[in-house]
Design a binder for this molecule. Sequence first.
Ligand SMILES: C/C=C/C(=O)SCCNC(=O)CCNC(=O)[C@H](O)C(C)(C)COP(=O)(O)OP(=O)(O)OC[C@H]1O[C@@H](n2cnc3c(N)ncnc32)[C@H](O)[C@@H]1OP(=O)(O)O
Length: 274
Amino acid sequence: MPLDHSLIGVEGPAHERTWTTRDTMLYALGVGAGTSELEFTTEKGQRVLPTFAVLAAQSPGRRLGDFDPALLVHAEQGFELYRELPPAGGVRTTSKVTGIYDKGSGALVTSEARAVDLDTGEPVVSSRSAVFIRGEGGFGGDRGPRDAWVLPDRAPDHKVTYPTLPEQALLYRLSGDGNPLHSDPEFAARAGFDRPILHGLCTYGVTGRALLHAVAGSDPGRFQAMSGRFTSPVLPGESLTVSIWVDGENVHFRTAKDDGTVVIDRGRATISRR
Ligand SMILES: C/C=C/C(=O)SCCNC(=O)CCNC(=O)[C@H](O)C(C)(C)COP(=O)(O)OP(=O)(O)OC[C@H]1O[C@@H](n2cnc3c(N)ncnc32)[C@H](O)[C@@H]1OP(=O)(O)O
């Protein structure tokens, strides 16, 4: 059954989301922060990890078509953050599907969202994401735009390795993503995985922590943007190494597993010098 191309460019209903200090602390734990990052995991002087912006600006997805949900994976994610997020707050988000591309082995569906402060209406976050739906390609559509990301021709300026826990996906899902692909072995098997895989946004959050501490001096106020492509699944318990290249405010990065498999590619971030 083909995907619903009539969704492209049509803004969905506005969605309001509020969060509490507990939500932002739970998110920090979900992406691996712990006792060495108490400003993100406890109330004392609490600050918010910048990648929480993606969750803040999420709205319920629209029905893209009639396909097996086990075959859908998160493919790309980017965001721009216009000001530091408060530990508790709220936004109103509008979103739309921006493209449905034919990638042969699957379809790539891209979306964007804009979130404004619930009280003031000021812009807080812009977010861009893509999902890859295996088996839904081959409909004769456009392959979509190409990205000119180039791996810097030098050794990384920073390399940061963080572990993930075997329970990481069970912890992360409490931040609101209950997709059984990350918790239910039977569902994961239907998608062709030996066991449930880690949420892409968990890998993204672990990577964001590495960027925050290595490049932004642990100051979320300097973290302006981040984007990347999910190129290979991560299993809970695997370690992640983020290689980072810094050129002024422009940052390139890549995240890989211990065996060298790249799991987030084409990474970019903008981190102010302040
Ligand atoms: C709701 C779910 C939530 C989750 O969190 S799921 C967990 C997080 N996500 C993942 O683990 C996904 C990891 N990525 C992958 O497993 C693979 O990657 C894909 C299955 C997405 C694609 O792999 P393949 O079917 O082998 O595609 P190809 O032959 O490498 O490329 C075919 C075309 O698709 C483009 N492409 C491949 N991967 C992505 C991607 N991640 N985002 C955007 N485009 C992608 C390529 O460039 C190319 O297209 P061009 O020929 O036009 O260049």
